[in-house]
Design a protein around this ligand. Structure first.
Ligand SMILES: CC(C)(COP(=O)(O)OP(=O)(O)OC[C@H]1O[C@@H](n2cnc3c(N)ncnc32)[C@H](O)[C@@H]1OP(=O)(O)O)[C@@H](O)C(=O)NCCC(=O)NCCS
Length: 471
């Protein structure tokens, strides 16, 4: 039955061949001297010199003190990592290589005139720090298309899972099924010189980014559409192809997917999925292992899974209060959520202190494409009430909405109703940021991560012995 479904995908012969090869531990590989890789080869020596000079001139300077509260409190605010692809300002939000989301929307090439940027252009920007021309962005689309083949054994691996396994579990398992094809792991085993690690990490990262849309769409189709897979289009860009393989052809949905995949890609290095990828990559685990670690973090409800939780919470709200609840009823509902010891999903942030610009970008999209959609209206209504209630608690540092408060509305509008799947779409996007940084981490020769931990006893003794010095 699976063989038939994969044959329907148009990969029959190819799939069977690849399956045979994969059974012997081998995978078909697209090897490239792509425009993007050539560009990186040019840029890397200069950045290596820059890092050397930074260390020489400023290596011994202090970045500030660390309090006991910070050590206990999830290391918030402790600067302790190099992350080149993006930087988060608490007030202003994220900047990708120095560009805000509106600037990305203005400057990056799109698929339609005046439309949303294509994520391939963002990938070029994240990797090179430069805004690509339309041709350069197209070269990335082509490179990814050439690498996109998903081996048959990946379908077989997914089929071994219960159909109702959480889509994020299926994503990680699918990624791990691709890991035997890691070119970095093979290069390391061959004894490749460390100055060349980045090259095979690049190959793995691009292979993985290329295969993720079909992997993600296959998870969607097997879980919610009885395994009726849809073959990739050879004309569509990376994000639109993902929507197409999931079964969505509305041009508005394709534009939404381009925006969604662009804005979820990167949020500097300290968030759970980025940091987990970075940490595991620092042990020279290959990009498949590192990204899978990040995805297991993204699957947590305080992080990426919050987008699923938002929908669940909103559905419960409408079931209880009806589709158009008044402000007092919503206020009471939020208060009840807090009183029951739960968080209000989609609100708050560990770093941001204002409305997330990723929320604002999605709101602007909704205003353009679905101004009268009732769920959008309800989301706007929540925006007017929730921050006020959270703010009154006095303890929540940021009562404003984050990215997850809005993404589900856009997906629901186009008919993607299965909220348990939403974090997979977030995860596909996140690959662009965390794998770009991972390539740079190897190119810059960043070392294995090893922060210091402490016991309560060691802290107590330290400050009991020298209370004054502790201030
Ligand atoms: C994102 C989040 C984990 C950040 O946590 P944080 O850095 O600890 O946030 P704060 O410093 O403001 O937390 C202080 C207190 O307010 C609570 N708080 C923060 N956001 C809250 C929310 N949306 N609803 C209820 N309580 C919240 C915290 O749980 C914490 O309570 P505690 O002292 O009893 O443990 C948190 O805001 C949250 O859980 N939000 C909801 C989940 C979500 O949307 N996640 C996606 C983030 S992009």
């Amino acid at each position: 039955m699976l063989a038939q479904a994969v044959a329907n995908l148009g990969l029959g012969a190819l799939g069977a061949q690849t399956f045979a090869a994969a059974s012997c531990g081998a995978m078909r590989h697209f090897t490239t001297a792509s425009e993007l890789k050539r560009k990186l080869t040019e840029l890397i020596p200069g950045q290596q010199e820059r890092l050397k000079a930074l260390k020489k001139t400023n290596g011994s300077k202090s970045l500030g003190e660390v309090t006991v509260d910070q050590a206990i409190g999830g290391m918030r605010g402790i600067p302790g990592m190099l992350w080149e692809t993006s930087l988060l300002d608490p007030e202003e939000g994220i900047r990708f290589r120095g560009l805000s989301i509106p600037e990305l929307q203005e400057k990056l090439p799109g698929a339609v005139p005046g439309g949303q940027p294509i994520p391939e252009g963002l990938l070029w920007l994240l990797l090179t720090g430069e805004i690509p021309t339309a041709e350069q962005a197209r070269s990335v689309t082509e490179e990814l298309r050439a690498r996109s083949h998903l081996p048959y054994h990946v379908f077989k691996t997914l089929e071994a899972l219960p159909q109702d396994a959480h889509p994020m579990t299926q994503l990680t398992v699918g990624v791990m099924a691709l890991q035997p094809g890691s070119r970095f792991a093979a290069a390391y085993a061959r004894g490749t010189h460390k100055s060349r690690y980045w090259e095979s990490v690049y190959e793995d990262s691009m292979d993985l980014i290329a295969k993720l849309p079909q992997l993600a769409a296959s998870i969607y189709r097997r879980t919610y559409r009885a395994g009726q897979y849809i073959p990739p289009s050879h004309d569509l860009d990376w994000a639109a192809n993902l929507a197409h393989m999931m079964g969505y052809e509305d041009p508005g949905c394709h534009e939404m997917m381009r925006m969604y995949q662009t804005i979820h890609s990167d949020h500097e290095g300290g968030n759970v999925s980025a940091h987990a990828t970075h940490l595991v990559g620092s042990a020279l685990s290959d990009p498949y292992l590192s990204y899978a670690a990040g995805m297991n973090g993204l699957a947590g409800p305080l992080h990426g899974l919050a987008n699923q939780e938002v929908l669940r919470w909103v559905k419960e709200l409408t079931a209880k209060l009806g589709p158009n609840p008044d402000k007092d009823a919503v206020r009471k509902y939020v208060q009840d959520t807090l009183a029951s010891g739960k968080v209000v999903p989609g609100y708050g942030h560990a770093v941001l202190r204002k409305t997330d610009p990723r929320y604002t970008a999605q709101r602007a999209f909704a205003q353009q494409y679905m101004p009268d959609y009732p769920l959008f209206k309800l989301t706007s209504h929540l925006y007017e009430v929730v921050p006020e209630v959270l703010g009154k608690t006095g303890k929540i540092k940021n009562p404003w909405p984050n990215v997850d408060a809005h993404s589900g509305v856009l997906l629901q509008y186009y008919g993607i109703n299965e909220e348990n799947y939403y974090t997979v779409l977030f995860g596909v996007s996140r690959a662009l940021g965390v794998l770009s940084q991972n390539i740079w981490s190897r190119a810059l020769g960043l070392p294995i991560e090893r922060p210091k931990s402490m016991t309560m006893e060691s802290l107590e003794k330290r400050f009991a012995a020298a209370p004054e010095a502790a201030k």
